[in-house]
Design a protein around this ligand. Sequence first.
Ligand SMILES: [Zn+2]
Length: 486
Amino acid sequence: MNFSFVLEVEIEGFVVVGRATANKKMRLSEQGTESKATPMEMDGRMATAKFDETGRVHDLMPLYYGRLFPTNDMYRWLAYGHDKKHPQADQEFFQRREFCFTLEGDIFCRYQSFKDGAELLAALRDKVPEKIDLGPIYNVDPKRRAAYSSLGGDRVFAPVERELVFDVDMTDYDDVRTCCSGADICGKCWPLMTVAIQVIDRGLREDFGYRNLLWVYSGRRGVHCWVCDSRARKMSNEARTAVAEYFSVYRGGEKAEKRVATTHDLHPSLNTAFEVLEKHFLEHILPKQELLENSEQIGKILEMFPDADLRATLEEKLQKNLEKKESGRNFQDSVELWQELERAVGRKKNRALFKALKDVVFVYTYPRLDVEVSKHMNHLLKAPFCVHPKTGRVCVPMDPAKADQFDPADVPTVAQLLNELDEHEANYGKENAVKGEEASNTSMGKYMEMFRSAFLDGLMSDVKLEFAQSAKVANKIADATKPLDW
Ligand SMILES: [Zn+2]
């Protein structure tokens, strides 16, 4: 596909369509506030729950953008304080951010930009994207990139800052999952994401000193982390790569034991991570994945122990236990078997075997990052509060301190939210809804609260502090350069 060609055409189309379809816009915004004109209702399927979970997610998106998408909060975040009449504020900051809309039919509209939240909202209602990606802040408004570059000289359209981002996807754990594979997730494998959040969150805060971290459920099978400290946003691609590599314990290779790059003396950060990993391994991963009650996993785990005698003894024991389980007789579960394995290693008193025990824990629990996403400033990443076009689930923010309480099955779908909105209006009347805050009357409310309390409030106070500091510096410079009047 000629990617850039599609983009250019779409960008032109966007400007023209945006001006030429005032009527269409009106219709959409009416739908946005008036929930009477939905296709489902016209089908005559109107019941107490008007919006059908099995219907097409895209049909609900005009209403979602019109009534629920938190444009104000998104704008507050992405403007980083440059939204007020502050002497230090860069009024074009938000407008230099690239938004990429994916329209129905996989049509990419890259290099979209907006003056403020209101303009973003108008575009969302007009274009009804299936997905919104966020790109970097460029040196000029991305819409003006061609005109800028054509001026020649050293004028090159280029990204200048962007959040440091991390992407953890459950599909990368397929070789250590016994419950599902591919895009599927369940309560047995989700703890792997909990571990990833806890390990990466701790590392970013304690080892790198970052403070403003936004964690988001990707809507289906993974999580994203946005590091929003200004120090992280201004990092070069090389520095981003170094941070991503810091969190990459795996070094490729076919077999699990070859992919773990730990040494006898673990880096202090890996030692700290190990405490979290081991706890989750024993409490969740081993019992839920039943790792030592699965032929394939038994083979992989035993291969990691460099002692043929130990392997042979354990292999026999574990296979016998498996036969018992399969024939419905009394058997030992994976946690008991792991304790036996530890005892067997203890009797051997061999350092390499002790290391193998740790390696198993690392291989089966350590976060697996898609490092390519983190390495480049101009990599696009799906925006929080998008709706997954297949599952209909909202990409809600997560509180890393409560990661172990997060259940993806609880995440509301767009149909559920719209039904809740209607129900709330039926019970309390429309006049009770505060414009722009309608989400607070639905199950999205608690996620909005958390977005603010676990992320946005802290970010805003840091931003305020930075503005105050730069104002102080500016004043000092002004004082120092003031002509002396004696
Ligand atoms: Zn699963």
